[in-house]
Ligand binder design. Structure first.
Ligand code: 13P
Ligand code: SF4
Length: 390
């Protein structure tokens, strides 16, 4: 029997960068009630043929993911975008930072399109380049900057990736954070890592994969002078975690893990590493969205799973695996509101515009930022063999 325990209230909304960035959707969006939307999307895709390549992140709605040429986690999609030099248009069904990375990794003549510019990421918005530059200066003043290697999660803006490229650092994703941190610690004697912007992925990887202690980690709060840390704390730390988090994954709590283990004996707890450390400690398995999918595919019929990641993916897994019991690791509905901005009307609008020769919502990264960000992204793609742990 398939079970997804769902309440009715739409909680867990991320910040909505649409109003912050003043983003409006230009032109005429088809109505969501248009019964021909699926047919229109099909027709536009057929008309564009090989000129378009559609990428879909696993958190996208079913109505959109059905049109993706490939689906994946952010690491796989970055590689897939880079491997399609012949496609004139890359339509990215995901969020802004992913589309920026695709633009950096694709050729200059290729155009990357994000069907709704309001599809941002609240976590990526928690680290601004001016704040990161200020933190870097404060680390110089504290006498530690020379030993710090910056590592940024893919979920960050292109200018922060460029900062890492300029300063001997690397990009990582939830698939390769362990190998990226290992790499970073090898770059300098007595290296420290500045991990941006997700404190949870940084802490979970440093402590649970690399064996550092919680005391080796400090949290840099960009809203406080000197990050709220003394020079001594900075000197003693091995990992400086940026105070950012995912508003969706941050909702999962250790109490629910205990309740589910009591209610469903033998249940396996499978979570994304953006969850809080206390949740990951109680989980049986932790990994990226791609890892979560492969784990469920390989699980025996009759097994029971509670999954701590975005709800579109959990619901899809429950539908695709009716022989397994799959429940959501939260009492409340918990979609990523910005991932959900890409809906069928926006997709149809973007695709039909391309058919008419009009490129809408193109994501472009300026050449200087692109050059430096590419250095950090390329270092990630060049990480040794274990770099994609699916
Ligand atoms: P993945 O790296 O697993 O694709 O996750 C990206 C993301 O946005 C998770 O919140
Ligand atoms: Fe950002 Fe969290 Fe949404 Fe992922 S799930 S895109 S980290 S807000």
């Amino acid at each position: 029997m398939t079970t997804v325990d769902l309440p009715l209230l739409p909680l867990g909304r991320g910040s909505d960068p649409a109003s912050e960035r003043g983003v409006e959707c230009p032109g005429d969006l088809p109505s969501a009630s248009d019964p021909d939307l699926v047919e229109r999307a099909r027709a536009a895709k057929a008309a564009l043929g090989d000129r378009v390549f559609v990428l879909g992140h696993h958190y996208q709605r079913d109505e959109v993911i059905q049109f993706a040429d490939v689906t994946g986690d952010s690491f796989k999609l970055a590689r897939d975008a880079a491997a399609r030099p012949a496609a004139e248009y890359i339509v990215f069904c995901g969020v802004h930072f992913m589309a920026e990375s695709a633009d950096i990794l694709t050729g200059p003549e290729q155009k990357v399109i994000l069907p709704d510019l309001a599809a941002g990421c609240s976590m990526a918005d928690m680290a601004r380049i001016a704040q990161v530059e200020a933190a870097w200066d404060a680390m110089a003043a504290a006498g530690v900057q020379d030993s710090v290697v910056p590592v940024t999660y893919m979920n960050s803006s292109a200018d922060i990736k460029a900062f890492c490229g300029r300063n001997g650092g690397v990009v990582c994703t939830s698939s390769n954070a362990e190998v990226a941190l290992e790499w970073a610690f090898q770059q300098k004697p007595d290296a420290k890592v500045l991990f941006l912007p997700d404190q949870h992925l940084g802490r979970n990887t440093a402590v649970l994969k690399l064996g550092y202690s919680l005391d080796d980690c400090v949290v840099w709060n960009p809203l406080q002078p000197n990050g709220g840390l003394t020079a001594e704390q900075l000197r003693d730390a091995k990992v400086i975690l940026w105070r950012g988090h995912c508003s969706v994954h941050g909702r999962f709590s250790p109490d629910v893990v205990d309740e589910l283990r009591e209610r469903i004996p033998g249940i396996n707890i499978l979570v994304h590493p953006e969850c809080q450390h206390e949740v990951v400690l109680k989980a049986d398995l932790v990994g990226s969205t791609e890892f979560i999918i492969k784990t469920i595919e390989a699980a025996p019929a009759g097994s029971a799973w509670a999954i701590g990641t975005e709800l579109n993916l959990v619901k899809r897994l429950a539908t695709e695996h009716p022989d397994k019991r799959i429940v959501f690791l939260d009492k409340n509905v918990c979609y990523c509101s910005t991932m959900n901005r890409i809906d069928l009307p926006h997709f149809v609008w973007a695709m039909e515009s391309l058919v008419e020769g009009v490129v809408v919502n193109q994501i472009t990264v300026d050449p200087d930022t692109e050059r430096d960000a590419l250095v950090a992204l390329q270092r990630m793609l060049d990480l040794p063999g274990k770099s994609h742990r699916d």
